[in-house]
Write a new protein. Structure first.
Length: 396
């Protein structure tokens, strides 16, 4: 191949030569576009077995839109925990939550966060959930690595486990850190969707949601499959807020697959990393049963909306009212479809339970809680009745 020499014109003066010397490094440091990773190069809808750091190293750089991480909390529990009646509390005693020292835990945290940062797109974001045992250490390391913390979300558990020994306050919350790749990163935040989900009120950083229990809690032989299984409502809100349809979500600590199940429902792609065979098997079985929402229910609001004490969106994200459910009023002559963000659609009308009800009647206002009805246990009931059932179920 022939080499072409380009003769550069000499600078006209010493001052111009100095200017060229000063400005040249700035031009060389300009960011280059990040190459797009083809979808076929990603193991979508796959749980990568093994250690999370080694598993993430199999993924291309700048290839995922969001990371949701529920790492070991390093709870440092000693001995068994019993209730006042003597029954055993099923706590976290697995080997994966045990570390020799804080230094060992910090080294592990830095390693997996470094890989998570590598695989995230420049405008991607990361969520990490933890307790007082680990979240402050994790947050400091995230900042050291260059992540820009956007919010710390307090997940206040509507039905927390009491402190049986009576030696401390009841630990009724966990903390989620939401961070972007840097201060100037153009991360995704679906503000209007969150406002709709919260019945037209701006979503706050304290979220009241129940812990995983009942039929959602995976069990085998009467015991929990995973001791720290997170509720789907929590992941529902996280994904609806900070991802878009078709985005790729990575969970380095996949466990029993809450992230994958919710991603499938919301039309997001997912990748998991999990070293425990039993968890992988339970997750795959669970995700196989998860039903994706149809297109009409998945479409979320694109304009501001409204809210009461318990938001209608809370009933949707906690599963009390399913996206795609049909609401009716006026003896069935008026109908609406529930969408993923808690808004309703009825023909060309789109809005909250209150605004759609008002527009259908040509009225200035409407109390959607009493106007709309839904089938529950074979009977048509006002959606306010479902709200009351939710309140009863989450009473401490």
């Amino acid at each position: 191949m022939a080499t072409v020499l380009v003769k550069e014109r000499a600078p006209k003066s010493p001052a111009r030569a100095l200017a060229r010397t000063i400005t040249a490094p700035r031009a060389r440091s300009r960011k280059l576009p990040v190459p797009q990773v083809a979808r076929e190069d990603l193991p979508l809808s796959t749980i990568i077995p093994g250690d999370c750091v080694e598993a993430m190293r199999q993924l291309p750089s700048a290839s995922v839109d969001m990371v949701f991480a529920d790492p070991p909390y390093n709870l440092q529990l000693g001995g068994d925990l019993s209730r006042p009646d003597g029954s055993h509390v099923d706590a976290v005693t697995d080997d994966w939550d045990k570390f020799d020292s804080f230094a060992t835990y910090d080294k592990f945290t830095r390693e997996w966060l470094t890989e998570a940062r590598r695989v995230l797109k420049p405008n991607g974001s990361i969520w990490v959930i933890g307790s007082y045992h680990n979240i402050f250490r994790v947050g400091a390391i995230m900042q050291d690595l260059g992540f820009w913390i956007l919010n710390d979300i307090v997940w206040r558990k509507a039905n927390p486990m009491p402190n049986f020994k009576g030696t401390r306050f009841t630990n009724a919350h966990e903390t989620l850190i939401w961070a972007s790749m840097g201060e100037k990163s153009r991360y995704t935040f679906n503000y209007r969707t969150m406002k709709t989900l919260n019945d037209e009120l701006q979503m706050r950083s304290d979220w009241v949601l129940p812990i995983c229990s009942g039929g959602e809690r995976l069990k085998k032989g009467g015991s929990k499959v995973h001791p720290t299984q997170k509720p789907e409502s929590l992941l529902y809100r996280v994904m609806l807020a900070t991802t878009n349809k078709g985005d790729v979500v990575l969970d380095p600590f996949f466990g029993t697959g809450t992230t994958g199940a919710v991603a499938k429902r919301l039309g997001r792609e997912w990748i998991g990393c999990e070293r425990e065979t039993g968890y992988r098997e339970a997750a795959l079985e669970r995700i196989e049963l998860a039903l994706p929402l149809d297109e009409a229910a998945l479409t979320t609001m694109q304009s501001p909306k409204a809210a009461p004490k318990v938001a209608f969106g809370t009933l949707v994200e906690t599963g009390w009212i399913k996206p795609g459910a049909k609401l009716s009023a006026k003896k069935g002559t008026l109908n609406a479809l529930v969408r993923a963000d808690g808004s309703l659609s009825s023909g060309e009308l789109v809005g909250s339970i209150h605004s759609v009800g008002a527009k259908l009647q040509g009225a200035p206002s409407c109390n959607g809680w009493t106007f709309w009805n839904i089938e529950h246990e074979g009977q048509m009931k006002p959606i306010d009745a479902i709200r009351q059932l939710y309140l009863l179920s989450t009473e401490p």
